[in-house]
Design a binder for this molecule. Structure first.
Ligand SMILES: [Zn+2]
Length: 488
């Protein structure tokens, strides 16, 4: 609730499928090629050419729909959505209107108290992307011209439309995060919001406490094409604030499309919102209906990988704290790295700690990802085993790990070259302990008078003289024993 209004949010997410070729022609879908180099008469909208459906795109769309618990229809069809814009050469987009590929799915989101609830997915349909306009000048308002790049025209998309089930900007963030994580395990899209391979429009309305009508009939503002999950959240927060202030002043909310300004965190009016009948949808005459065999759909369902919900359960059953598990689940590369290492190493909690602290820190510092880490899972496990064997202390292992990242060498090689192995020889350490005690008799007296901190100082002195290589618990023990022995 916000000033007596309930926040109602629905999200429309467009996801580019990473097929090799476009939805209705053989042009490449590779991102970043020079403008208009990946076009042909079909995606340029030339007269007299016919679209041919890319089956791989349908397979990826079905995979996505099943992973999102949707019912995939054996029969759906394509329709023309007609509008004029310079990035749309045919002046219509081939999409799916009244008979979409899939319906009735859900995404589970977990609120602060750890409970999961389901956000409905109304429909998932397949459509082609439009091209891209590159405006000349600093801002759209003062652009001196616009260049049309049609490389993206005809790239396959799925549009995932949620029910208006979200009740806050935070829930929208959770939904998008979970949706993206789920799709990431399917390998169907790059899911890069900053490159536009995942895009989100947010519909935001406020429902007065006394309102009993349909949610669909509330005046709704659509925030268009925001480029990060964080900004979707910010845009909704701003819009809730703006609308509630308007309503409090007795004004009405106008149904419209608004843009989001990243710099100020505000939304601004773009145009009044179209209704579906403005598009004059009609069945696409150049494509037959999409008929899928039940066995084919079932086969795709049977081949789905483990998805976030199941992975969370598995990690919990293996004793991984839920906070750590969440980091792994939401980053598929990290999770795959973890799995590869956990196959070789039994102490999974220790493994998780190393991965999420030191390994992550070094990856970030070096601009590497888990998938392309200089230290791979077997190498990390080798390092952890050296700690278990007592060859390295935890502190020394951190140093070794850093050197492994820098040199690309194995833990054993780094230890050998740097002469880094831990001193576990009691007699060798005892000699240093005796020397330290002789030199710091005042500190020993402090310790004996009850100052526990004095012992830490003495441990520090021994570690310094052994260049950090003495086994710390052994040093501790020897110091206590020796001092106690001297008193007797
Ligand atoms: Zn083409």
């Amino acid at each position: 609730m916000n000033n007596g209004y309930q926040v109602i949010v629905g999200l429309e997410v467009h996801v580019e499928l990473k097929t090799n070729s476009k939805l209705f022609c053989l042009c490449s879908t590779q991102f970043g090629a020079s403008p208009n180099s990946q076009t042909c008469p079909v995606c340029l909208g030339m007269p007299g050419v016919l679209p041919v459906l890319n089956q791989e795109a349908i397979r990826m769309a079905v995979r996505s729909a099943l992973a999102l618990h949707c019912q995939v229809h054996a029969f759906s069809k394509f329709d023309r959505k007609q509008y004029f814009y310079p990035d749309l050469p045919k002046a219509y987009q081939i999409s799916q209107y009244d008979q979409p590929l899939a319906e009735y799915g859900w995404v589970g989101i977990r609120s602060g108290n750890g409970e999961t609830h389901r956000i409905g997915i109304r429909r998932i349909h397949v459509e082609e992307d439009a091209g891209k306009l590159n405006h000349l000048g600093q801002r759209l308002g003062d652009a001196t011209g616009s260049l049309v790049d049609l490389n993206r025209a005809g790239v396959p998309l799925v549009e995932i439309v949620s029910e208006p089930d979200l009740r806050s900007a935070e829930e929208a963030r959770l939904y998008l995060t979970e949706l993206r994580a789920t799709l990431s395990y399917l390998n169907v899209s790059d899911l890069r919001m900053e490159e536009g391979s995942m895009r989100c429009d947010a519909n935001v309305s406020l429902r007065p406490a006394e309102y009993q009508g349909e949610l669909e009939d509330l005046p709704r503002v659509e925030i268009k094409n925001v480029n990060s999950i964080r900004n979707v959240q910010r845009g909704i927060e701003y819009e809730v604030q703006r609308q509630s202030e308007r309503l409090a002043q007795g004004e009405r909310i106008v149904k419209e499309t608004r843009g989001f300004d990243d710099a100020t965190g505000t939304t601004y009016s773009q145009r009044s919102k179209e209704e579906a009948n403005d598009y004059r949808y009609f069945p696409e005459p150049d494509l037959p209906p999409l008929e899928l065999e039940e066995a084919w759909i079932k086969n795709i369902g049977d081949g789905l990988p483990a998805l976030p919900e199941a992975i969370r359960e598995d990690l919990a059953s293996r004793g991984i704290p839920s906070k750590d598990a969440e980091v792994l689940v939401l980053d598929r590369e990290a999770y795959e790295y973890w799995c590869a290492a956990a196959d070789l190493y039994e102490d999974e909690r220790t493994l998780t700690n190393w991965m999420l602290s030191d390994v992550s820190r070094l990856l970030n510092a070096r601009g590497e990802s888990f998938a392309r880490a200089s230290v791979n899972p077997p190498s990390l496990v080798e390092l952890l085993r050296l700690i278990d064997k007592g060859t390295l202390s935890g502190r020394m292992a951190k140093e070794v790990l850093e050197l492994m990242f820098e040199s690309g060498k194995s833990a054993a090689m780094v230890v050998e070259e740097k002469g880094l192995s831990q001193i576990t020889d009691t007699e060798a350490i005892r000699a240093v302990v005796l020397a330290v005690l002789r030199e710091h008799q005042a500190v020993v007296a402090d310790y004996l008078s009850g100052k526990d901190k004095a012992l830490a100082f003495l441990v520090g002195q021994v570690m310094k003289r052994t260049r950090g290589q003495a086994k710390p618990d052994l040093v501790n023990q020897l110091l206590r024993d020796t001092i106690a022995g001297d008193r007797e």
